[in-house]
Design a protein. Structure first.
Length: 256
């Protein structure tokens, strides 16, 4: 069976970490390694991870040499990957039981080395396990097909569902960006000629965050979007402005 390398960055996630890890370890496709980088947590997350590692040899936690953010933590984990596939899950989200099995079948039946799935949303205060989750109507539907041009418009891939074929693409790291590094990785893969394919079945559960309004969260991402489009993708100033939202905000009432 193909080995799946699951990449998980951790920072002060003790409250949700257990459910996230167990959602990986209980997958119906059991041939996997869970590569976790703890980004200098101060809440006991690393102690919890070491206990998981003692109980299951597939759990492989390491502490980052210095705090560097989620992108660097993910890269430290990706560099240790031995699997045929590399998949991603954050420490506050969960996979449903058949996620890995269904996605491997889907990837093997197609030609795209980058795949992703639909996923559910759950409330921030959900405290159950993946096996307790009752499917709801809050589903983010995966597009059937995305290419570089479509992905420049918006990020259609939920990182908690993404998986790439390391035998085809090699070991692909995320650009060293403070935010949007997962989006930058999908773009770099597609810029090199590989499209993405979406599995319509929702197979993961994303924890919706309550802090801040949706509009303020989008506003905070504008500088990172600009860096992504202008510096990483090399778009012209007008195109980068339109894509990142600078132009829309600069003309909005009350913008300073």
């Amino acid at each position: 069976m193909p080995l799946v390398s699951v990449v998980m960055p951790v920072y002060n996630s003790a409250a949700t970490l257990g459910a996230a890890v167990r959602s990986v370890l209980t997958q119906t496709h059991s041939d996997l390694e869970l590569l976790i980088t703890d980004d200098k947590s101060s809440d006991g997350s690393m102690d919890l991870l070491m206990e998981f590692a003692r109980q299951d040899k597939r759990v492989l936690p390491e502490s980052a040499p210095e705090q560097g953010g989620a992108g660097r933590a993910r890269n430290l984990a990706i560099e240790r990957a031995r699997g045929d596939y590399v998949a991603f899950l954050d420490s506050d989200d969960m996979w449903l039981l058949e996620k890995t099995e269904r996605q491997i079948e889907f990837a093997a039946a197609g030609t795209a080395p980058l795949t992703f799935t639909s996923y559910f949303k759950m409330d921030a205060d959900y405290d159950g396990e993946s096996t307790d989750f009752i499917p709801n109507g809050r589903v983010v539907r995966a597009r059937e097909h995305v290419d570089y041009r479509a992905m420049l418009v918006r990020d259609y891939i939920g990182a908690l569902t993404a998986m790439y074929d390391r035998n085809v693409l090699g070991t692909r790291l995320m650009p060293e960006m403070r935010k949007r590094q997962d989006y930058a990785l999908w773009l770099s893969i597609m810029r090199d000629g590989a499209d993405g394919r979406g599995l319509p079945e929702p197979l993961a559960v994303y924890r919706a965050h309550q802090a801040g309004s949706l509009s303020s969260n989008k506003m905070s991402l504008i500088p990172y979007n600009w860096a992504l489009y202008r510096e990483h993708e090399g778009l012209s100033v007008p195109r980068a402005s339109r894509r990142s939202g600078w132009m829309r905000c600069a003309t909005a009432p009350g913008y300073h």
